[in-house]
Write a protein that binds this ligand. Structure first.
Ligand code: CMC
Length: 389
């Protein structure tokens, strides 16, 4: 074998070609299939963006309607899968519940196991898009001890998800257009981000020819970590701690800069964006409007804004090119919508799902795909003899 390149964290290693998402980290550019994120945020919908990512082109009105219709028809979970939700502790974090239930889809749809069966791949695509928000809402309902509602197929994916999360069995649920629009936007902003940790996980697991459910379930687990999708929950915890301690945001910043107890400014920094995160800019622009309408926690927003202002003017952050990322303000918006903190990363997962599916499908069809198998530099003991006893 030839020389091995040492690249921990894959800072400089491209493991695939991809035609899905383009990022220019220095210029703060993000495009899905060539379309700038700003334009999609303004004019598109999460459903349309999902279609775009998965199938490569914007849908015609008929194509979008068919896609929507198919998803609405596949929202029901097998009754036995629903039994799953009673099998976890009430106070379980919903991320492992989500990944377990998605993994379990392989047991209910055993025809899905062949990743080269195009018809099944299409079916798995629709099933995941339809069922993952339902699974997520059930994990939430279970954790608060409320009844699981059946999906209402007169609603689209986002509306249904809100009703399943917040609706009560005995009462009609009224959708708040502000919440629907805001959630749709946040899901668009999370829909894909090229070869991030969870997406690379989906591809790595899929490269062994594991099916879509198994690969996406692994991606959900990768997203759970606080350095990745878990950051949105960690940001809110951080803001709460600062609020509760009564310390000024400036004091907290000193702790971060001195790297005390490994404290980081959560929601700041990014492996690729070294100028600004265009998603953060869009979230920030809407955070005020949405929190104004929904009555969010002003004090936490104030703390967040002061932290940001201080950080952007501080040499520590300037030298290291640390800017707010997408997770910095999203938690405050989710909170104002009524989601408990534990659900924040689940919302990220629902948003990232079309990206994972698109990347998995691209990987499976790519003739260059080989099983992912990194090398290592061995640092252990040289050969030694088992002692004679
Ligand atoms: N607060 C304080 N210092 C930081 C931060 C931060 N948030 N992020 C990076 N640094 C420092 C780090 O200590 C290091 O300093 P030094 O050179 O003195 O050792 C330098 O900046 C470079 O950091 P790194 O860890 O080598 O950078 P990375 O590209 O490996 O990590 C990151 C990227 C996102 C994991 C990191 O910035 C981080 O931990 N941020 C906080 C968690 C977070 O918000 N994650 C969400 C990322 S965006 C959405 C997503 O992907 O889920």
């Amino acid at each position: 074998t030839g020389a091995v390149t040492f690249d921990p964290g894959f800072m400089n290693t491209a493991a695939t070609t991809s035609a899905i998402t383009y990022i220019d980290g220095d210029a703060g550019v993000l495009r899905y299939r060539g379309y700038p994120i700003e334009q999609l945020a303004e004019h598109s919908s999460f459903l349309e963006v999902s279609y775009l990512l998965i199938y490569g082109e914007l849908p015609t009105p008929t194509e979008l309607e068919t896609f929507d219709h198919k998803i609405r028809r596949h929202t029901l979970l097998h009754e036995e899968l629903k039994g799953f939700f009673g099998g976890f502790p009430r106070d379980a974090h919903p991320m492992p519940v989500l990944s377990s239930a998605v993994s379990a889809l392989s047991t209910f749809y055993q025809d899905s196991l062949d990743p080269f069966d195009d018809e099944q791949v299409e079916l798995s695509t629709i099933r995941l898009m339809a069922k993952m928000p339902v699974i997520a809402a059930y994990a939430h309902k279970k954790s608060i001890g409320q009844a699981l509602l059946y999906p209402d197929n007169s609603m689209n994916l986002v509306e249904n998800y809100l009703r399943l999360s917040f609706g009560l069995a005995a009462e009609p649920y009224e959708l708040d257009p502000t919440v629907v629009k805001a959630l749709d936007l946040l899901l668009i902003l999370h829909a894909d981000h090229e070869q991030n940790c969870s997406t690379s996980t989906v591809r790595l697991v899929g490269s062994s020819n594991a099916n879509m459910f198994a690969s996406v379930s692994a991606g959900i687990n990768a997203l759970f970590g606080p350095l990745h999708g878990g950051a949105n929950e960690a940001v809110l915890n951080m803001l709460r701690q600062i609020q509760a301690s009564g310390q000024a945001p400036e004091q907290f910043m000193e702790k971060v800069k001195n790297k005390e107890e490994g404290v980081r400014l959560m929601g700041f920094g990014h492996r690729v964006y070294k100028n600004y995160d265009p998603r953060a800019r869009l979230v920030k622009a809407t955070a005020h409007e949405i929190l104004g309408k929904l009555g969010g926690n002003d004090e936490l927003l104030d703390i967040a804004m002061r932290l940001e202002e201080k950080a952007l003017a501080d040499d520590y952050f300037i030298e290291r090119k640390l800017y707010p990322n997408v997770d910095f303000y999203t938690g405050l918006i989710y909170k104002a919508m009524g989601f408990p903190e534990k659900m924040f990363t689940v919302l990220f997962a629902i948003g990232r799902l079309p990206g994972w599916i698109a990347q998995w499908r691209e990987m499976i069809k790519d003739p260059q795909t080989k099983i992912g198998r990194p090398r290592q530099l061995y640092t252990g003991a040289q050969e030694r003899q088992y002692p004679a006893r």
